[in-house]
Design a protein around this ligand. Structure first.
Ligand code: ADP
Ligand code: MG
Length: 728
């Protein structure tokens, strides 16, 4: 094993950056060239078909069979011209990755000949034999198969000679089995709820879209070194490894110059991303060594989610060319920062207005305040769902680990906006307001833009921070499908806006003027939700105490966080907003619990295997060398032996002690695994893994890492942190 480690180091040191040239220096020359976008559709579709597709995209109308037939044949003509030979429905099952099943365009016919075939039927609907995708019991109880159906709002694209058609994935009984379907429903719910509210300020608004700009963090490790770490290969993170003497304490990696090999890789995947119409724009180093970030320009949320999924896939594929392994796991290395994926979110109207951006007049600023306060209220009222939306085994290592926003969900808005809300609350009177009072209030609201110009008031420790014209949901994990967070956020804000609309309308109905009705309703919201606002350091112990006093939940682990999905309140919310039925929620809950259990189970097994077959034998071999040494000393030293062999004897003892602690803990952990597996329901299994199995990881790791420090470096089997993080 150790030889593998040294071979990997040699390989790694001999690497040269790959020469990467973009098709052109001007991005617009190739941007979106592999996407069946508006431009391609205009060229390949009849006017009638083009209009129908655009209508479906903009208004969500249905596309009939005849048009689908036309779209399919044009899509195929376009794809064939680009050299595509296969097609696939591309979807996002709840496993967290993307799925595809490739079929060739051709179809065999009589006489051993074949014809090229790809019609409306193949475009619109398919039945992948998807019986092994997680279905949370839906399919076993109800219907054994699911099908995929075309989502015309996200354009088809070509990767590696395959035409990929974004689709939703549902069971035959109609329950959703993916991320995309509920996301589309949540987006629709938000649109419906936000329009009447936006119309209080501008009658011309007829569509409100959620926008998302994600920031993807990741690590790059040489593939030879990664291959020599079974834990990285099988679980995505290192289960052992003593921290390097130099880690991130100097913070010299952050915004430093990007190493050449990494730059070449970035240029390569960015080029491929741009060809796919993913508007990647920013790249920089992150805090930890070998950690980076990539961010695009924001887009409509459904497209942004597809683009993020696609990009993660591209990053993994293209890393191979550069002999890198890209690590998207939330916590690949202990003691240094993990990776997140900030979700910058806002709402935009078809009149070109960002609803979380302040305006120029008191009226447009009141609009800003309306959407701003309603979002805060939504996060306040559904705090537990927001937490559940980012729960995963990987993210458990980040939340609350003094580097990432904690498991306590709070909202940061900056002291100045905080003061604006307090002023507002004070100035809105309970009873009738005089015209002067109203003018005074409007003047106050009019000052918001100046306040927001000062964009320096930033808080990097908050899980949900307002950043001038959008909210940044910072607690999302780096490997997550953003859809999970976006389904919850858009649904709760939709629900909140719906309530707001109802309240304001009922006041107007009673004869109150519109502005005053809005003022009064917002005042009530500020009062009832301000305990979620926190401007201080979210990483501090004081905040944990303070949050407890305020009654804010602090749910540290996934199985407990997920429970929020199946409360009565959650079920009512998701069915009222037509996003997920009770059955769908239960199924998802089951899938996520099961997935958590499986991940921890795999980690625990890998840990046991590595310890028993690799770490302990290595330690014992080295101990034997020490024993030989002591025996030799005894022969030559006679009288002085006791005095001079003390260190070696101590080392021999330490190895024995650590080996026995490790062995004992691994055995106990295996027993706990057996007990956990024998639990009857999924939740109980997940909780048992979380509470009974995971706690062993720390003790086992601690002792293995201590052994790493004393065992001969030549013999140590696993590439060390300093090698993985600092070799270029
Ligand atoms: P930073 O947070 O580093 O200051 P920016 O404010 O420019 O950088 O934006 C960070 C991310 O937020 C980018 O992905 C950007 O596209 C996205 N973003 C900006 N405006 C919006 C918006 N209205 N809706 C959603 N995302 C947005
Ligand atoms: Mg940011």
């Amino acid at each position: 094993m150790a030889t593998l480690r040294f071979k990997a180091m040699e390989e790694c040191l001999s690497r040269k950056p790959l020469l990467v040239t973009a098709p052109s220096d001007i991005i617009s020359d190739f941007y979106g060239e592999n996407v069946f976008n508006e431009e391609a559709m205009r060229e390949f579709l009849s006017k009638e078909a083009f209009d129908k597709v655009m209508e479906a995209v903009k208004k969500g109308t249905r596309i009939d069979r005849k048009i689908a037939e036309q779209v399919a044949s044009s899509m195929k003509a376009w794809a064939a011209k680009k050299g595509a030979t296969h097609y696939t429905h591309w979807f996002q099952p709840l496993t967290g990755t993307t799925a595809e099943k490739h079929d060739a365009f051709f179809q065999p016919i009589e006489g051993g000949r074949s014809i090229e075939k790809f019609g409306g039927d193949q475009l619109v609907q398919q039945e992948p034999d998807a019986s092994s995708f997680p279905s949370g019991g839906i399919r076993s109880t109800f219907e054994a198969r699911g099908y995929t159906a075309w989502d015309p709002t996200s354009p088809a694209f070509i990767i590696a000679k395959t035409l990929c058609i974004p689709t939703i994935f549902i069971s035959y009984t109609g329950e959703t089995l993916d991320y995309k379907t509920p996301l589309l429903r949540a987006v629709h719910a938000l649109d419906n709820a936000a329009i009447p509210v936006a119309q209080y300020f501008d009658k011309n608004v007829s569509k409100v879209a959620a926008t998302l700009g994600w920031e993807q963090e990741y690590f790059l490790i040489d593939s030879a070194l990664a291959d020599a770490r079974p834990d990285l290969m099988l679980t995505g993170r290192t289960l052992f490894g003593h921290s390097s003497s130099k880690g991130q304490q100097l913070e010299d990696h952050y915004f430093g110059s990007i190493p050449e090999r990494a730059t070449a890789y970035m240029r390569d995947f960015e080029t491929e991303a741009l060809k796919l119409g993913i508007p990647v724009r920013t790249r920089h180093n992150e805090v930890a060594p070998n950690q980076y970030e990539c961010a695009p320009v924001f887009e409509e949320v459904n497209l942004a989610v597809d683009h993020n999924q696609l990009l993660m896939d591209l990053m993994e594929r293209i890393a191979k060319r550069h002999n890198f392994r890209v690590l998207l796991h939330e916590k690949p290395f202990a003691q240094i920062n993990g990776s997140g994926k900030h979700n910058n979110w806002s709402m935009a109207t078809d009149t070109g207005v960002n609803l979380l951006g302040p305006g120029k007049t008191p009226k447009t600023n009141l609009r800003f305040l309306t959407f701003f306060i309603n979002t805060i209220k939504a996060v306040h009222d559904y705090n537990d769902l927001v937490r559940a939306s980012i729960a995963s085994a990987g993210n458990d290592h980040r939340l609350g680990a003094n580097e990432a926003p904690p498991a306590i969900i709070s909202v940061f808005i900056g002291t100045q906006l905080f003061n604006v809300l307090s002023e507002f609350e004070k100035k809105v009177k309970k009873g009738d307001m005089t015209p002067d009072e109203k003018t005074d209030l409007k003047l106050n609201i009019g000052r918001i833009p100046e306040i927001l110009l000062d964009n320096t008031d930033r808080n990097r420790t908050s899980p949900f921070a307002f950043t001038g014209n959008k909210f940044e949901f910072r607690a999302v994990g780096s490997s997550a499908n953003c859809a999970s967070a976006m389904i919850v956020l858009n649904t709760i804000v939709a629900k909140q806006l719906k309530e707001f609309n109802k309240e304001v309308d009922s006041q107007i109905f009673k004869g109150m003027d519109k502005d005053e009705a809005i003022f009064k309703t917002l005042k009530g919201y500020i009062a009832s939700s301000k305990n979620i606002l926190f401007e201080g350091n979210n990483y501090s112990d004081e905040w944990v105490k303070e949050a407890k006093k305020r009654g804010l939940p602090n749910v540290k682990t996934t199985p407990h966080a997920l429970d929020a999905f199946v409360t009565k309140k959650s079920k009512e919310l998701f069915s009222e907003m037509d996003v997920l039925s009770e059955k769908e929620l239960e199924a998802r809950y089951d899938i996520l619990m099961h997935n958590y259990k499986l991940r921890v189970q795999i980690e625990s097994r890998v840990m046991g295997d590595l310890v028993l077959s690799s770490i302990i034998p290595t330690a014992i071999k080295y101990q034997n060398t020490l024993i030989e040494n002591v025996k030799g000393l005894k022969e030559i030293l006679n009288g002085e032996f006791k005095k001079l062999s003390g260190t070696q004897v101590k080392m021999i003892t330490e190895i024995s002690e650590r080996v026995s602690v490790i062995k004992k803990n691994v055995e106990e952990m295996i027993e706990e695994r057996k007990k956990a597996n024998s639990q009857t329901d999924t939740r109980k299994q997940a909780v048992a893994y979380c509470e009974k199995v995971v706690p062993y990881f720390e003790t086992i790791r601690y002792n293995v890492d201590k052994l790493e420090l004393i065992v001969d470096d030549d013999a140590w089997p696993l590439p060390k942190y300093r090698e993985m993080l600092f070799t270029r």
